[in-house]
Design a protein around this ligand. Structure first.
Ligand SMILES: [Mg+2]
Length: 183
């Protein structure tokens, strides 16, 4: 079988990692409870920032958010490695900006995810993921982002949403945890 994965907030807990960095940089102490109730993918609201301040903050901290010690979700590294051991093919499809792609691939490898270079797709827009998913003829694809998932309603690929506070309205099968997920 051919499996495709988004990376940020599907396999790794990037948004929460960014949340901790924001707290430090802004000298705030916003609680995880507030963070976990956010209904937006963007996290600036929790810090009292408007959209523009939020995107400035995000862009100024992007390298720190991407390339420090962001944890994988529990069980994610083991899950993907087990797929490869069982003879499946694994593809990564991330819309991180193109200039960060080589470092992102290295970071994902260092983290312990199994990566074949030609199976690492990076730098596309959210709405362009569907083209890659179709071309690769994936059997399964996993993502967290409503804007991406909404484009995938007509693909033959079996699509799963990684459970997050901001995607509760998405009505497709959910991965609550990688530890006990069965496909
Ligand atoms: Mg994502």
């Amino acid at each position: 079988m051919r499996f495709g994965f988004d990376i940020d907030d599907t396999l790794i807990n990037l948004r929460e990692h960014a949340f901790h960095i924001y707290n430090k940089k802004l000298n705030q102490n916003v609680s995880l409870e507030i963070f976990r109730e956010l209904k937006t993918l963007e996290i600036h609201e929790a810090f009292g920032l408007d959209k523009e301040q939020g995107s400035q903050m995000w862009n100024s901290l992007l390298e720190e958010v991407y390339f420090t010690d962001c944890p994988a979700f529990e069980g994610a590294i083991e899950f993907v490695n087990k797929l490869v051991q069982d003879g499946h093919e694994v593809f990564y499809i991330t819309s991180r900006p193109a200039k960060y792609c080589p470092n992102t691939r290295d970071w994902v490898v260092q983290k312990g995810f199994p990566v074949i270079n030609s199976h690492f797709y990076c730098g596309m827009q959210d709405h362009e993921k569907i083209k890659i998913i179709k071309e690769l003829q994936l059997d399964y694809y996993f993502d967290d982002k409503p804007a991406v998932l909404e484009t995938l309603s007509d693909v033959p690929t079996k699509v799963f949403v990684k459970d997050q506070s901001y995607n509760q309205h998405v009505n497709i099968p959910r991965v609550k945890s990688w530890v006990d997920f069965k496909f």
